[in-house]
Design a protein. Sequence first.
Lengths: 351, 393
Amino acid sequence: MSDITDALVAAVADACARHSGTDAVAGCAGGGWNGPLWTSLEQIGVTTVSVPEEHGGAGGDVATAVAVLAVLGRYSAALPLAETALLAGWLLAGCGMALPPGPLTAAVAGPGLLRRDGGDWLVRGTVPRVPWARHAGHVAVLDAGRVVLLRRGDFLVTDGVNLAGEPRDDVSADAVVPAAQVGELPAGSRDWAQAFRERAALGRAALMAGAARRAAELSVDYARQREQFGRPIGKFQAVQQHLAAMAGEVLLAKVAVEAAALAVDAGAGGDVAVAAAKTVVGQAAGQVAALAHQVHGAIGFTQEHPLRHSTTRLWAWRDEAGNEEEWSAALGRGALDGGAHGLWPLVTGTR
Amino acid sequence: MDLWNLDAVALPPALHALRRDVRSFLAEETAAGRLAPHCDQWLAGWDADFSRRLGGRGWIGMAFPAEYGGSGAGALARFVVTEELLAAGAPVAAHWIADRQSGPALLRFGTEEQKRAFLPGIARGECFFAIGMSEPDTGSDLASVRTRGQRVDGGWRLSGTKVWTSGAHRAHAMITLARTEPLPAAPQPAAPQPADRHAGLTQFIVALPAPDVHIRPIRLLTGEHHFNEVVLDGVFVPDSRVLGEPGAGWRQVTSELAMERSGPERILSTFPLLAAAVDYLAAAGMRSSAAQVGALTARLWALRQLSLAVAGRLEAGAAPAVEAAAVKDLGTRFESAVTETVRLLVRLEPDLGSSRPLPRMLAEAVLHGPGFTLRGGTNEILRGVVARELGVR
């Protein structure tokens, strides 16, 4: 990482340590969000990281955004930063629209959501499980190569949550929005819905990398404190092997999301990299969560123990934006298409 | 803890040209009928002529400075060359140990005379090394070596037995770890403390073959001869062939481990099998295998990035031994996962004698599989290394 990214990550970690302690995280668990932390991150200037400055963003690359998200995942921070920066900010900047202040979210429209109505646009329908919609000032909806910016009042929210209690709300609209709220993405060969899906997956993978690290850290701490048979359970080789296996998966997840972000920034091999990263990090999430609970014993399985904030997120996020099976199947189809001589170039990003 | 600070590395664009050169070389070798892919070729593929051709192109000893016959290209350039060779299943065993760890150890700890004596030959692909670490009673517990080095006029006499010594019957030298100071007597029943056990070990460069060194094959379960028992029968080693400081052997040996454990050979031993399977499944129209093929591809992609990240640390001059242990634990389990997944997908009987590459490589992968998670430190020991870093040991 660059020195600038290092400093930014340190500042974000400091803000999280102040505002996203166990009580704050528990307080958000029923669909809430962490307003004080958001304000602090706005002051640091990181809520629109990776959105170019000329479009009203904070600048920086996707690798920087991923590094920030890993910190937020580690602290179970209840904030729509991935949605604001990597998705909504990216869509709005992509069609030259101004970025509204505050938290944003984004979604891909189902068929027929958007129709032309004279000079305006008619938005009618429901988009399910939009992350953080109830706390977002605006929802950026992608419909083919077009982006509609819905403002509060343009849409209704039906509350829902994921396994960790993070908002996953159904967004319904029956509104006429003026052309000024609709932007066109540059025409080209790009499949924007696919690109959206990749960025959403990368964001979840980055958060998972951080949450997996926290679950491993909690497990190491617990294994050093908890005594049975007259010694800390961490002195038993069977427990040590679990902890080391977790550490390996955490390391693999960290490097995978960083490498995927570098590939996206370089504009080469990002599709393969993100598919691989979401697959591997999703696998790691399941393994780390299971081992963390095994090491913690019954106490980790209770509401009073903070481990659940990390593991419920891992279980939720691995199925969001495409699970391991979905991404590995896509990757595997590409591998089968390429044959024996295509596999290695695919893995090395040198197709 | 430093472990969590391992960062992904983007290969410099300048290395793309190097990668293309290696690929065209491999294509030429294949076209000339000199290269057919096999699994686990860094153990089993001994081809001195192939090594010499690689050396001629400057692809061995890439980490050595030019004055010692290397190209000074560094760890990332070496990563690119070695991963291309391994992915192609090329026969790299002859020079593998010398290029990966004996050469770098000589460069780091050797005298000027030793560097000039060995490094140019290694870089030309003409001087091959073996590793004299394990013994009949010394497997995972390396500090328990019993081979003794006795001080004599002008040098040392080594007595003891080394085992699992890959390629000793064809190598030109073996870097041998021996005890040169006796273990201090420990009050019974307490075992000697680690600091004591790690003291008094010394590395020697033993020239091979030699009259006082008796080398016998230890055959793999397939009957293949790669491993050896090497009996050192009072062989004389002059002072000029002590590597580094007498007594500093433990520190020197452990500094090799980051190089020994983190490379792409800990991930790619079964890659030729996976590539052949992908062709077979595609040709047979078995598209339902996509998710499993993709899951292996994804893990390979990520493990390669992890190995590359450790190479980045090596390039920066660090000795990331713990990270390397994690790479080897994850990577070698993946190597066997490839075998098990491919086996179920292709539904062919493994056959070493098959004229078709896929059943043959499936057999190679199955039969060599047990070694993947044993050699270079068992996976249980490696997880112990990681656990110590986590502070629970």
